[in-house]
Design a protein around this ligand. Sequence first.
Ligand code: NAD
Ligand code: UD1
Length: 331
Amino acid sequence: MMLLTGGLGYIGSHTAVELLDNDQDVVIVDNLSNSQIDVKDKIQKITGKSIKFYEGDVRDADLMDKIFSENKIDTVIHFAGFKAVGESTKIPIEYYKNNIDSTLVLLEAMKKHNVKNLVFSSSATVYGKAKSMPIFEDFPLSASNPYGRTKLFIEEILKDVHAADPSFNIAILRYFNPVGAHESGIIGENPNGIPNNLMPYITRVATKKLDLLHVFGNDYETHDGTGVRDYIHVCDLAHGHLKAAQKLENNPGLVVYNLGTGTGYSVLDMVKAFESSCKVSVPYVIDERRPGDIDTCFASPEKAEKELGFKATRTLEDMCKSSFNFEVNNK
Ligand code: NAD
Ligand code: UD1
């Protein structure tokens, strides 16, 4: 049985579907700080299977004790946390408290209940401004904002925990840019307010909820001057978690994998792909660079392919169409 912290969120919900589709039993704990309770029913509707759900905070040690006592959990996937870079610069204490404390409480509960397999949601943000592309897992790490530092610190904590107890198996997954939605159009990414990230902003312009996309800079060192990123379909990403959880069954110790496609697309590539895949127009203006952004960021997906047998298969068209489908379905 697998425990998903933050399992009603964007990536957690798609991973829950992937695990249930592969006959895994799933328990979710989520405090609904950035998700809705109806996602639970939606996961069950898509899969035709039931999940056990606890509403509450991972930082609540008594609750975690109860969850581990009531369920035979062998693997935990730890998604719970805050994730908005801009917000993290304004309320850093909340970010450190939520992201780091939740991990510590979870690790204590795992230790107490002798659960030794953990998959952790890290981010490509831990590579900072990488020296070259593609990015390999052994590149130097750095962070330039509180959110990124929470990921970096948690990675260090996990390394210490594994060093102290080598029977702990930990997969640190560094996600590149997750986009897209489940093909059913039932679950997807549904940020509150004005989206910070590119794809949800595009879908809102395409559905006329927002007027114009603001392209943050066209003077980067890239093929068309706009920022290049490695967009990965969230259902591929979800499959990566299944593969990582399976890897942990063979006692690999602490392992680190990029989850990306290895291909970079610019902001304007994304706009064009969206327009042609979804037959809609996405009007845009070129704006100032967003502070803290880098030119280019894309993964080497080789290690995950070699060691996990994981390869992203969905196309850019799949990413655009499924994002649009979810936005239209969830008016
Ligand atoms: P999300 O906000 O949609 O999901 C996180 C879930 O965790 C939410 O349902 C929220 O209610 C819950 N949560 C937060 N704090 C909690 C707590 N203390 N106790 C219980 N539940 C709590 O985010 P997501 O996009 O699904 O991201 C999942 C993880 O992946 C996060 O750790 C995030 O930092 C990481 N990540 C995300 C991206 C991305 O682009 N989405 C990229 C890299 C890494
Ligand atoms: C952001 C986070 C990063 C996180 C990642 C995945 C920042 C600075 N970084 O990365 O920590 O791991 O999301 O969730 O927030 N863009 C526009 N207009 C927009 C929005 C974005 O032009 O309205 C551009 C950006 O400048 C960038 C690209 O689109 O070149 C992708 O942006 P975004 O989706 O926010 O992701 P990242 O910045 O890569």
